[in-house]
Design a protein around this ligand. Sequence first.
Ligand SMILES: [Zn+2]
Length: 138
Amino acid sequence: MRFPRPCPVCNTPAEEAMLFLEESIDQALLSGFSYASRKEPEYMCHRLVRCPSCELIYASNPPEQAELAQAYHIAEYDSSEEANDAVQCYITAILPILAKLKTKTSVLEIGSGTGVFLELLKNEGFTELVGVEPSSAQ
Ligand SMILES: [Zn+2]
């Protein structure tokens, strides 16, 4: 059973969060590559909400921890080119947000792959960077 959760950053109650994107997942289309970058089908997501206090966008009803761990553990990986392409999109999207930060010290990236996104964040001034890659794929 999945329950709406409060904001994982500032703990604002779930009832105050605003819908950002409805859940869009077709289980029949999922495969081992579904957690890899730039694989069809793209644009699936869990229900996403925006915290009115800190503006974090997060999954309001995330999968159970064991389910998520298993999905990432068996995730396939076959292309650094596609991962690098995705990272360019991420850094372009996040630069305006980074510009608003008062300090850029620590970063934790879950699903860091080869660490290419962390390298770009290091170039933006972050000094303590940690990446965790739960997939066993090389
Ligand atoms: Zn928040």
